[in-house]
Structure formats: C-alpha cells, structure tokens
Design a protein around this ligand. Structure first.
Ligand code: ADP
Ligand code: MG
Length: 657
C-alpha cells in the first residue's frame, strides 16, 4: 500500500485562480488592501497581548496605495507585521496556505471574540496575477533584529528571493501591471474600486498621497516615541508655513475610508442623527429613512448591521433596494439573497458577517445550514422590530404603513414564518378611513359582510361602489399595490380555517345592499324584457341583465363581475392571454339595474312606447356606459360614442325648453 500527500502543480493552479475563482478582476485590490489591513491588525494584536513589546501604543498605522503611470506599477504599502524570509516561504510560496488562519490558530487563546482578521483561504494574494506580469514584495518583519527580504515572481510560476533593502517595518507589494489591465493605473478607477470595497476598513487608506503629506500620516516603522512628537511638530510647521505667503496651507491627507462604521458601534450609543447621516452617505439618498433596525449579535454567530426602511416615492416596481454585505468591514457584494431574506433586499442596509467566508464562491452558500439560520435570524429581528413599533405607537406605525406594506406583503408571500410573526401587525386601510388588522376588520363586520371582505382596487374608478357601501354603512378595504392580488390569495389560502374570502367591491352585491323583496312573476317578466331591450340596444345578445331592489336610490345600475371570473381574466392576462380562446372571458359581466332608481323606473314605463324608441335607445346605452365606467375604463370607441351621445342628450334638453 502506498500513502502520500497530494501535491498541487502551480503552473496549473494559477490559471484556475485567475480565471475561475474571481469573477471581477478588480477584487485583487480588495485582496491586497485586506492583506495590508490584516498585517496591521496582527501587529496591533501582538502589541496588545505583550508579544511585540517594541511597538509603541500610539503608533500610527496606515495603508498607502500608489499608482505610477510611467513605470506602470501599482504599489500597496503598509506598516504592519512584515514578513521574514521564512514567512514568505511559508505563506507566499505555498499557495492556499493562509497566514491569517495560522495566526488565528496560534493566538486563539489570546484573541477576543471580535477577531477582525479578514484572510482565510490563503488564495487572495495570487489574485494580483490577474493584472500583473511581475510582482515584487519588499518587507521587513516587526521582530527585533529581523532582516529585510525581497521576493520576485514573474507570471506567477518561478520566484526569486534575496536580501531586501527595506529599512522600515512593514510590506510594500509592487505590481507590474500588464497591458490589458492598464485601467487600474488610473486614479479615478482606483478611487472607485477602493471606495466600493474598502470604504469601511479598520485601517486608514490613502490613495496617491503626496510624500510630504505622508510624513503626517506616518508610515515609517519607527519604534520609539517619535510619532507623538511628530504630531505636535506638525502644528508648529503649519504655523511656520502660514507666515510664508507663497506656500499653500498644508492640508492633512484624507483617507478614503471610515475606519469605524456606525454598525460596529453599540446601538445604544448611536444617535438618530448618526443613523441618518450614515444612510445619506452610504446610499446617496437624501430622503430620510422612516426607521431602521440595528442588528448586533455574537451568538450563535456574529452579525452586525443596520437595515433602513426607506420612504417610498413610487410603487413597488420602482423600489430598488440595496443591502451591502461586508466581511470584517470589507465589502463583499450587494444583495446576496442566500444570506439576506429576499424580501429584505428591497430595503437599504449594511450587514457585516465576519464568520462567512464570503470572498469565495456564492454557490456554496445556497445549501449551507448556517447561512439559512442567519437569514432566519435577520427575518425574525425585522418582524420583532415591526411588532414592537406597532405595539409602542400604533399611530406612528400607521403613518408608515403605506411605505412599509410592500416589504411586509412581499415578505409574507415569500416566507410563511414571517407571515406568522407579522400578521397581527399587518394592516388594511378601510373605507372608514382608518387602519384595521384582519381580526379587527372581521370582528367589526361580522354581522354585515361576515367572512366576505370587499376590497377597492381603484378608488377613483370604483367610487360609485364605495358610495353604495358607505350609504349602507358597509366597509371595504383598500388594496392598491401590485402585490395585493397575490397577497390576498396568500391570506385566503393560509387562513383557510377562517374561511375568509376577498371580493372586489364590484364583484357581487352583498345582501346588506339589497332590500328584502320577493320576486314575483311580473318581476321575472320585467327582467326578461329589460334584458332584451339592453341586448338589442347594445348589439350584444349575450349580455346578462338583472333587476335588483337596492337600498340606495341614487344608483341606476352597476356592472358586476364575479371575483372568480375576474381572477381568471387577470391570470390569463398575466400569462399573455389565452390566445387559443379569443373572447373566452367576454360577457362574464352582468348588468344590475336598480328598481328603486327613478331613471330605471321611467325607462320601465317608456320601453314599449313606439314614439319614444330613439330616446329609449339612448337612455339604455347611457345607463350601460355609466355603469361600465365604474367597472373598468371604456375603450376608445366606447368613449367616443359616449361623448357623442352625451352631447345629443344635452342638445335635446336644450331644445325642449
Ligand atoms: P489569506 O489572507 O487568506 O491568509 P493571502 O493569499 O491573501 O491569504 O495571503 C497569504 C499570506 O501572505 C497571508 O496570510 C499573510 O501571512 C501573508 N501576507 C500577504 N500580504 C501581506 C502583507 N502585506 N503583510 C504581511 N503579510 C502578508
Ligand atoms: Mg488575504
């Protein structure tokens, strides 16, 4: 039997790293900067635990990124731990051997829970070969008496190592940018990429800072107390320079990042103003968010973040959410639906999950139980927050409702758990001009419409029906967003044992709208006559006409379409129409005439008068159009005829007097 270790041939593995591991070549910048940040955090840690006692407490750390268009180089410099030649052999020459993991392993007893080291797989460094033909490392370890080391590698296959010349602690990595990647030498592009990935890294990052500026943001490896002195000196220099009129006042270089993002702070230490300012800065949205949820947990996984509920300006279709995912303050990606429940991607927010190795592949996240737990936790937190807002200040909650309801409804449809948690804080706006929960609405209407919940989908169009309802002290709910149709189906289905049924306000006449009246033979005959009259006048021999005795006298007629037929019609429209069955859903509507209405009564009297044929025809068509108008918009042709006819009617009245 033979046993052994599998080995990797670097010539083959590098093209794989280059081509397959990373989809965007710009992430090499993220990898270089996060390695520099790790190097600095390691040193801080070592100083903190007394391992590196030669590092002063007030040491100033910085990362410098510089581009040189002439030399076609890009350099990343830090004043972190540096590397000895042996460490280069171990962590750089061995692909997929992570110095970050080794560090964590070595100091695991001394690390607190807030480990911020980013590295993990030992692959990030090699991403630089996506854009560089040649890479050079110049480094000097923090360790007392360490020798500098230099490492060179062409094309990522063979390396050379020699004694370096570096005199200050830290590492400079120089990338000799290849021809296809020269865009990365442009300061504008660099700034954009650094802003995208590194805006919240824990160490200050400077881009192309002038050397004299550098002196202030010290990158030297001085190990004595010089730094503190220097800062004091800086003030004096400023004063001196102010005396010389020809020189510009010296500006302190500004880092491209905020090293202490708000989500890292404890929620009780953040002010509303800070939350709003952070929102403006990160999302460039100058509308104030409605409210926010600050997530902050250590167990069973670490997760920090802020989710903002934005104020909506438009309908749901236009909502563009943005949830940025970070891994130890390094940006990973936007809108990763494996980690953040899909419906929450409509919100705006930042989320830092340090335990997820997010800088590798997304596909593995899909079936990860840990990731699912995290997603469930976020969902629960959001539901908790909404419930507590609802309980604490219902008035205010109601004032948010129109803006937050799309998120909630979408969340309910997507996640049953969420529906269960939020259903008692889900509101329906009613025609009584208030907001009610489903329970409240059913309770107060149980003697009227009972389990039927009538709804208005277009307040303008359906105003006649609303009036009808209000006249009889009946109540309906307003449903106005695109999501409402799937939402009510979901509620009906999920609340099956409640046997509730949503009906559009023009789908059916509830008994509460009608007067009690027994139908006589004469009534039946009248109904038949009227049906024939309307059919003839409208040229539609399939039209259904009923006569009812409504309590409201003011309404001549309404068009009804059963809820079921309407849903069928809408579904068929959504699927591009059932082209094989043209007209399949035509003539599903019925016209209901109101016997208590004066016009309808007059028409009943006139209909057989041979001298008034033309008038009868006109009135019939007009009644139909008026009823139809409150049901759905008239077609162009119908509208033209309606206007023409209306003018004719007015003309007749004018002539008569
Ligand atoms: P990872 O960061 O996942 O450990 P990388 O491939 O990005 O893997 O880097 C490999 C190792 O090289 C790091 O873990 C670290 O030990 C070393 N290294 C890379 N860049 C630096 C740097 N700027 N300063 C010190 N050590 C570095
Ligand atoms: Mg790394």
């Amino acid at each position: 039997m033979e046993k052994g270790n599998l080995s990797i041939h670097s010539e083959n593995i590098l093209p794989i790293i280059k081509k397959w591991l990373y989809s965007d070549s710009d992430i090499f910048i993220r990898e270089m900067v996060s390695n520099a940040s790790d190097a600095i955090l390691k040193l801080k840690k070592l100083a903190e635990i007394g391992e590196a006692s030669n590092i002063p407490k007030d040491e100033i750390y910085a990362i410098h990124v510089r581009s040189d268009k002439e030399a076609k180089t890009l350099t990343f410099e830090d004043n972190g731990v540096g590397m000895t030649a042996d460490e280069i052999r171990e962590y750089i020459n061995q692909i997929a051997f992570s110095g970050a993991s080794a560090f964590l392993e070595k100091y695991k007893d001394k690390m607190d829970k807030d480990n911020e080291i980013i590295g993990h797989f030992g692959l990030g460094f090699y991403s630089c070969f996506m854009v560089a033909n040649k890479v050079q490392i110049d480094t000097l370890s923090w360790q007392p008496g360490a020798e500098p080391a230099q490492w060179n590698c062409d094309g990522g296959i063979e390396y050379e190592m020699s004694a370096g010349e570096r005199t200050t602690r830290g590492t400079t990595i120089t990338l000799y940018i290849n021809e296809e990647s020269e865009e990365f030498l442009e300061e504008y592009n660099l700034k954009k990429i650094l802003t995208k990935y590194c805006s919240f890294l824990p160490v200050e990052i400077f881009l192309n800072a002038q050397p004299e500026e550098e002196n202030e943001a010290d990158v030297s490896g001085n190990t004595d107390d010089q730094n503190a002195d220097k800062n004091e000196d800086a003030d004096i220099i400023d004063v001196d320079e102010a005396d010389v009129p020809t020189t510009e006042p010296k500006k302190a270089p500004t880092p491209i990042n905020d090293t202490n993002p708000l989500w890292q702070k404890a929620p009780n230490e953040c002010t509303d103003e800070e939350y709003k300012a952070f929102y403006r800065k990160v999302f460039m949205d100058f509308n104030e968010p409605l409210f926010w949820i600050h997530l902050n947990m250590d167990y069973p996984f670490r997760l920090k973040g802020i989710l903002y509920f934005p104020k909506l300006k438009h309908e749901l279709e236009y909502i563009e959410g943005e949830v940025k995912l970070y891994n130890n303050q390094v940006f990973v990606a936007d809108n990763i639906k494996e980690v953040i429940p899909e419906y929450l991607l409509l919100l705006k927010g930042v989320m830092d999950c340090p335990d997820l190795p997010l800088n590798v592949s997304r596909s593995f996240l899909q079936n990860d139980g840990y990731v699912k737990k995290m997603s469930g936790y976020i969902s629960k937190k959001v539901a908790d927050k909404l419930n507590s807002l609802y309980k604490k200040d219902r008035e205010q909650y109601q004032s948010y409702w129109e803006d937050i309801s799309p998120f909630i409804k979408y969340g309910c449809i997507k996640e049953q758990d969420f529906y269960d948690k939020i259903k008692n804080a889900t509101l329906y706006k009613t025609t009584a001009d208030d907001y009610a929960t489903l329970e409240e609405f059913l309770e107060r209407n149980k003697d009227k419409t009972d389990k039927k919940i009538f709804y208005v989908s277009n307040q303008q169009l359906q105003s006649q029906y609303i009036k009808l309802f209000k006249d009889q002290d009946l109540e309906a709910v307003y449903l106005t967003t695109q999501l409402d149709n799937p939402f009510i189906s979901y509620v009906e289905n999920y609340e099956q044992e409640k046997e509730i049924q949503f009906n559009r306000i023009d789908s059916d006449l509830t008994d509460a709208l009608k007067q009690e009246k027994e139908e006589s033979e004469e009534d039946k005959k009248q109904q038949e006559d009227m049906e024939n009259l309307f059919r003839k006048a409208l040229g539609n021999d399939k039209l259904k006409v009923n006569i009812e005795t409504l309590k409201s006298e003011g309404i001549s007629a309404v068009v009804l379409l059963s809820e079921q037929s309407r849903r069928m019609q809408e579904m068929s429209k959504a699927y591009g129409g059932l082209s094989g069955f043209p007209g399949m859903f035509d003539n599903e509507e019925s016209l209901v005439l109101n016997r208590t209405n004066r016009l309808v009564n007059t028409l009943l009297g006139l209909k057989d008068d041979p001298d008034r044929k033309e008038d009868v025809n006109m009135i019939t068509c007009q009644i139909y159009d008026l009823a139809m108008m409150s049901h759905k918009p008239l077609s162009n042709d119908q509208m033209t005829r309606f206007i023409e006819r209306s003018n004719n009617i007015l003309e007749r009245i004018a002539k008569e007097k």
